[in-house]
Design a protein around this ligand. Structure first.
Ligand code: SAM
Ligand code: SF4
Length: 342
C-alpha cells in the first residue's frame, strides 16, 4: 500500500434534498472495453485520451472521500473495469475500508472476459459477489451481440469466480428478437449453477447504430412469458439496487427485473455514479453533473473534494424520465452506458 493512501475519518453523511441517504457509489474506472456490445457502444468508438482519466491513486482518494461521507457499498465498473492496467492495485487498496468496517461491500460489474485471470485476486481483496453481464448462451449470438467476445472465455471466467468463492449474479439485457427465445434456457443454466439471473430493460443512452425501439422488450412481457413455464413468487429480497426479485418454484433460484422504463424506482434511489474522468452524475437519466477532478487536483487536502461532493448531492434530482417509443427512439441522455457504467 503506498504512503498516500488515506484512511477516512467520519464526516457528515450524505443526504439529498429528498431525504435519501447516499450510501452506494458506482465508479467507472475506464471508458474502454474489449467488447462493443450493440446496445452499449457503436462499432468505432473514440475513447478518452489517457491523460483525462483519473489515476488509480486519484480514484482511491475519490472513493475514500465517499466512504468517509457514509458510502457503504462501492461498485467498480466501466467500460470493462478489468481491462484497466494495474486495476488490482485499486482493489487491494480499497479493501482496507472493508477491513476497517467503513465499507460493507466492494464489488464489480464485468463482462467476464478477464475473470479467469483475476478471480482469485478479487476474492483476496474481499470481493464476495460480482455481476457478470451475459446476454446469451449461444456462441454465435454472443459474438454478434458483443461484436468480438468469446463466450467460452466468459464461461471459464464465471467458473473461476465461483471456484474462488465469489457469488455470481448474471445480468442480461432483454433484447427483442435476439435473446427472446433463450430466457428459459438461461434461467435454468444460472439456477443450476447457484446463480441469480437478472434481466434489464434496454435504456436509451448514447447514439448507437441499431434503433432502440427494435431492441426494446418490456420486462412486463418477459415476465408474462415466464409465467407460462414457471411459478413465480414475489419475494422481498433486495441487494441494495433497483432490481425486484421473484423466486422460481421449479428451480428454487431467483430472477431479478430491472425496469427503468416501465417501473419508476427513483423514490428509493440511494446511489450516485462517477466516471473515469471524475465527473459525478447524480442521476443516470439526467445530464446534470459535477466535476470532481478539479477539486481533487486543486489541493493535497481533501477539503475541496468533500465540499464539491456535498454541493453536488444537494442538487440530486428527484428522478429520471426515460421513454422509448417510435417518436422518441433518440437517446434521453447523450452519453453511452460505458461512460457511467450502468
Ligand atoms: N463492461 C461491464 C459489463 O458489461 O458488465 C461493465 C460496464 S456495462 C456498461 C454495465 C451494464 O450496463 C452491463 O450489464 C450492460 O449490459 C448494461 N448496459 C449497457 N448499455 C445498456 C443500455 N443501453 N441499456 C441497458 N443496459 C445497458
Ligand atoms: Fe463493454 Fe460492458 Fe458496454 Fe458490453 S456492456 S460494450 S462489455 S462496457
Amino acid at each position: 500500500m503506498s504512503e498516500s493512501i488515506r484512511v477516512p475519518s467520519p464526516a457528515q453523511p450524505l443526504v439529498d434534498p429528498f431525504g435519501r441517504s447516499i450510501t452506494y457509489l458506482r465508479v467507472s474506472v475506464t471508458d474502454r472495453c474489449d467488447f462493443r456490445c450493440v446496445y452499449c457502444m457503436s462499432e468505432d468508438m473514440t475513447f478518452l485520451p489517457k491523460k483525462d482519466l483519473l489515476t488509480l491513486e486519484e480514484l482511491d482518494r475519490l472513493c475514500s472521500a465517499f466512504v468517509r461521507q457514509g458510502v457503504r457499498k462501492l461498485r467498480i465498473t466501466g467500460g470493462e473495469p478489468l481491462v484497466r492496467r494495474d486495476i488490482m492495485t485499486l482493489f487491494a487498496n480499497l479493501s482496507r475500508h472493508l477491513q476497517s468496517g467503513a465499507l460493507e461491500e466492494l464489488t464489480l460489474t464485468t463482462n467476464g472476459s478477464q475473470l479467469a485471470r483475476y478471480a482469485a485476486d478479487l476474492a483476496a481483496c474481499g470481493v464476495k459477489r460480482i455481476n457478470v453481464s451475459l446476454d446469451t448462451l449461444d456462441p454465435d449470438k454472443f459474438k454478434a451481440i458483443t461484436r468480438r467476445g468469446d463466450l467460452g472465455v466468459v464461461l471459464k471466467g464465471v467458473e473461476a469466480a465461483q471456484k474462488a468463492g465469489i457469488a455470481v449474479k448474471v445480468n442480461a439485457v432483454a433484447l427483442k428478437g435476439v435473446n427472446e427465445d433463450e430466457v428459459e434456457r438461461m434461467i435454468n443454466w444460472a439456477h443450476a449453477g447457484g446463480m441469480d439471473m437478472t434481466f434489464i430493460e434496454v435504456m436509451p443512452m448514447g447514439d448507437i447504430e441499431p434503433d432502440r425501439f427494435d431492441q426494446y422488450w418490456p420486462l412486463k412481457q418477459l415476465r408474462a412469458r415466464l409465467m407460462e413455464t414457471y411459478t413465480l413468487e414475489d419475494i422481498p429480497y433486495r441487494t441494495g439496487g433497483p432490481a425486484r426479485y421473484v423466486r422460481v418454484k421449479e428451480t428454487g433460484g431467483r430472477i431479478g427485473f430491472i425496469t427503468p422504463l416501465t417501473h419508476n424506482f427513483c423514490e428509493s434511489c440511494n446511489r450516485v455514479r462517477v466516471t473515469c474522468t471524475g465527473t459525478l452524475y447524480m442521476c443516470l437519466g439526467q445530464e446534470d453533473a459535477a466535476d470532481l477532478r478539479a477539486p481533487l487536483r486543486a489541493s493535497e487536502s481533501d477539503e475541496p473534494l468533500d465540499a464539491a461532493i456535498a454541493a453536488a448531492i444537494a442538487r440530486k434530482p428527484k428522478g429520471h424520465d426515460f421513454i422509448i417509443d417510435r417518436e422518441t427512439s433518440r437517446p434521453a441522455v447523450g452519453r453511452h452506458m460505458s461512460v457511467t457504467g450502468g
